[in-house]
Design a protein around this ligand. Structure first.
Ligand code: MG
Length: 167
């Protein structure tokens, strides 16, 4: 079998966390003021978790649960930005660089549109890339389903990687 001649690879990721009263809500690396937060082994940042899986998928490096198991005390309460930084190290070690990433956050409440530039800056810094390479979009689900009932928060992510030798 010959090596893949195409210097680009795409990946996608999806994550969900349950929401409960009185917990912290972390999204895109920043703390969001809200009465509910994510039930999670880590800080429960669905944007970062979906993004890590998109990046790992693009590099064919398994998934976030494989590298950072939620059964390990090492990752209890961990800041997900640390996992994202380690994910970037893994894909760079394999010879890839981020082209761009695109994320959809599904959250009924609160509205996060004013926080998106801060999330982009935070993720760009963590990923050592330009903020223009990371798009974050937010949507409600029109009060439908578990997101609409405010029982949970979800995120979808897509990432494009470029082979470093082609940059
Ligand atoms: Mg998660």
């Amino acid at each position: 079998m010959t090596a893949n001649p195409i210097p680009f690879r795409t990946g996608n990721g999806y994550d969900v966390h349950r929401l409960a009263d009185g917990l912290e809500l972390w999204l895109g690396g920043i703390k969001v003021a809200h009465s509910k937060g994510a039930v999670a082994h880590s800080d429960g940042d669905v944007i970062i978790h979906a993004l890590c899986d998109a990046l790992l998928g693009a590099a064919n490096l398994r998934d976030i649960g494989y590298h950072f198991p939620d059964t390990s005390s090492e990752y209890k309460g961990i800041d997900s930005k640390i996992l994202l930084g380690q994910t970037m190290n893994m894909l760079r070690k394999k010879g890839y660089e981020l082209g761009n990433a695109d994320v959809v956050l599904c959250l009924q409440r609160p509205k996060v549109k004013d926080l998106i530039p801060a999330m982009q800056q935070c993720l760009a810094q963590t990923m050592q890339t330009d903020a223009d390479n990371i798009c974050i979009k937010a949507t409600t689900t029109e009060a439908l389903g578990f997101v609409g009932r405010e029982e949970g928060v979800a995120a979808y992510a897509t990432a494009l990687l470029v082979r470093t030798s082609c940059i």
